[in-house]
Design a protein around this ligand. Sequence first.
Ligand code: URA
Ligand code: URA
Length: 210
Amino acid sequence: MDLFKKSPDLSKLSYAQIEDIAKKCALCDLAKTRNKVVFGNGPVPCDLMLIGEGPGADEDEQGLPFVGRAGQLLTKIFESVGIDRNKEVYIANTVKCRPPENRTPKDEETKACFPYLEAQIRIVAPKIILLAGAPACKVILGNEEPMSKIRGKWFKYKDTDISIMPVFHPSYLLRSPSKEKGAPKWLTWQDMIEVKNALDCVKKVKELEK
Ligand code: URA
Ligand code: URA
């Protein structure tokens, strides 16, 4: 297969063209150990986008984001506030290929992969982006503060009017099962209620603009 070893200019390409390029990407070493490229999944365009960390074993096998245990929890989290994950959320990751042993992606890997994520944000054109976990916060906001400090707060994406909220990563929530008030799961539920309200506002404004 003809692998891409140099960053191509993605700025004028369509979603399908960019996905095609990503599937042949060899810009970082993750290409050597991946099974499938996990580009992203969901409606395009889409008002709500979620950016995770990187594919795990199940995602690497199926070529789809958040389909393993963390993904099942993510689906339930959205369901709990009345958001249909399949119809209302576009999902991507900071890296499109699985890091070996599910280690955190390296800076050189997220940097190599960033043009794809940037192109996805351009074409998906979300109004709200959720950043699940520390790597997504670092890549998109340049923010390396602890998740416990920044989750649930609203940020803006660069100089756009896209609203961004960091949220705990579902894998972290799997390791913190308590649903007590103040626990990570409870906090995430509060965050998601706020996200659902923001999404409803976006939809109302669109209706009024028709
Ligand atoms: N964890 C992630 O960050 N992304 C996935 O796609 C799956 C698990
Ligand atoms: N630490 C992380 O890296 N991610 C979380 O979601 C929570 C704590």
